[in-house]
Design a protein around this ligand. Structure first.
Ligand code: BES
Ligand code: ZN
Ligand code: ZN
Length: 500
């Protein structure tokens, strides 16, 4: 799909589908009036007759039967104007693009011209481009049937009314494209079958995406992991025949005043290990590397956008399998920090590999902040569902930066508390810490508290993305499967911070 900005009046456009958004309780007014006039007031009549009521998310295709250079008009109901915002614009764009591609291959969107309160052309064009590119994503490389019938959009044009607006829209488009393509890159990594997207394949992808963007990328295999003292990652990898990989991407900007370390959980398949998962709980466990996928994509995006912050992406990658050499309940592991972990459940493996990665990032890079992303606990899904990630932070400023960024990108995060008591209950009798807390009590927080033992003094935030990382039912601009949750919010947060 090629996407560009078109400076034109709506009535002068020619295309297969023209996407038009309509608010409930509003008549056709400029900039659609001239188009409506040329259609003999067809749109006005349609609304008057109540055949189409523009409630939120409703769609209607109006064929112009050769009377206009626009072959079809796709109407999208936007609901009440006072409830409309940038996120709804993104969602409407996702709805629009999926519907439009069923009709024709050349599409012009008028959604950029909508009167969205408190927005500039830049924001609107950004949202429409994002919603469209993210909504049009599909992962169908393994489908052999029905592919021929698949329709794809060849060009999408975002309409702008004036030259200054067209310039702004172009600027927004370039940015939105870079970010959305990196979200789709993360989605591709997550959606690949686990026997394809192995730790080794993750390292191949990290090398590739880094070399295309002048990012330094180091990947370490089993022997290095052992030699470096990454005992947690090594232990979790023992039950698998796949070699673990410890991946570090370094993007540095000469003008950067700060360094942020991003750490992502990279379990390419979580069987649970010897504490094996039961039926139904293992199906989606290829998604357990979503944190690493998002860190890889964000670091690459930061480099491509030349954000003035140094970004260190740290991705411990391994399978969690129950092979004959698997780590066992009762084992004690020495981690990179020299602290020891008593293993009481091999399915709580994410925190074990992250313990190494967090202290590795802190010790070797002395970052101004560490942010980790992990599909860490089922408890977080119980608490917040698929609709929000859990945020646990030791620093209010860092938490607020993330919350503010998330409010702009529509990725929801919800802050949860971290008390000394949480850190107490994961202390072990025979080692320093144990990898589970008391049963059925605040599992999302005891997991975070465990991680907190491995960050000494750096401001740290933990995003438990177990809910929104992978979704079963498509949302407006998130197709079912890997969501790439977190890329846009981290990019936004890094850009905001760079400006300070
Ligand atoms: N990868 C899972 C967490 C998960 C569950 C992610 C559901 C997405 C959806 C994690 O490794 C895990 O198995 N956690 C256990 C921890 C428990 C044994 C303390 C869990 O949440 O059940
Ligand atoms: Zn697990
Ligand atoms: Zn896991």
């Amino acid at each position: 799909m090629k996407i560009n900005v078109l400076k034109s009046r709506v009535e002068d456009v020619s295309c297969g589908v023209l996407i038009v958004g309509l608010f409930a309780d509003h008549d056709i007014d400029s900039p659609l009036r001239a188009l409506d006039d040329s259609l003999g007031k067809g749109l006005t009549h349609l609304l008057k007759s109540k055949e189409f009521v523009p409630d939120w998310g409703k769609t209607w295709v109006h064929n112009t039967l050769g009377k206009h250079a626009v072959k079809n008009i796709l109407l999208i109901g936007l609901g009440k104007r006072e409830e409309f915002d940038v996120e709804k614009l993104r969602r409407a764009s996702g709805i629009g693009i999926k519907c439009a591609r069923e009709i024709a291959s050349t599409v012009v969107s008028t959604l950029t011209l909508l009167d969205v309160p408190k927005t500039l052309m830049y924001d609107r064009a950004h949202a429409v481009a994002e919603g469209s590119v993210l909504g049009a994503y599909r992962f169908d490389q393994y489908k052999t049937m029905g592919k021929d019938k698949r329709k794809d959009i060849t060009t999408l044009s975002l309409i702008a009314d004036t030259q200054p607006n067209a310039d702004k829209a172009n600027e927004a488009l370039r940015h939105a494209l870079t970010v959305s393509e990196m979200v789709n890159f993360a989605r591709d990594l997550i959606n690949q079958p686990p026997s394809i997207m192995t730790p080794t394949q993750m390292s191949v992808m990290a090398k590739r995406v880094s070399s295309e963007r002048k990012v330094k990328c180091s990947t370490y295999g089993r022997d290095d992991i052992l030699r470096m003292g990454l005992g947690g990652l090594f232990a979790v990898s023992k039950g698998s025949t796949q070699e673990p990989k410890f991946i570090v991407m370094e993007y540095r900007n000469p003008k950067a005043k700060r360094t942020v370390a991003l750490v992502g959980k990279g379990i390419t398949f979580d069987s649970g290990g010897l504490d094996i998962k039961t039926e139904g709980h293992m199906q989606d466990m290829k998604d357990d590397m979503s944190g690493a996928a998002v860190v890889m994509a964000t670091t690459a995006a930061a480099a491509q956008l030349k954000i003035q912050v140094n970004v260190i992406g740290v991705m411990p990658c391994t399978e969690n399998m129950p092979g004959g050499s698997a780590y066992k309940d009762g084992d004690i592991i020495k981690t990179y920090s020299k602290k020891t972990i008593e293993v009481l459940n091999t399915d709580a493996e994410g925190r074990i590999i992250l313990s190494d990665a967090l202290s590795f990032a802190e010790k070797n890079y002395k970052p101004d902040a560490i942010i980790d992303l992990a599909t860490l606990t089922g408890a977080c899904v119980v608490a917040l569902g698929r609709w929000s990630a859990g945020l646990i932070a030791t620093n209010d400023q860092l938490a607020d930066r993330l919350i503010l960024a998330a409010s702009h990108t529509g990725e929801r995060i919800w802050r949860l508390p971290l008390y000394d008591e949480h850190k107490e209950v994961v202390k072990s009798q025979i080692a320093d810490v144990k990898n589970i807390g008391p049963p059925r009590e605040a599992g999302v927080l005891t997991a975070a508290a465990f991680l907190a033992h491995f960050v000494e003094k750096t401001p740290w935030a933990h995003l438990d993305i177990a809910g929104p990382a992978f979704i079963k039912e498509a949302q407006d601009y998130i197709p079912a499967g890997g969501a790439g949750f977190g890329v846009r919010l981290l990019v936004h947060m890094l850009e905001d911070w760079a400006k300070e």
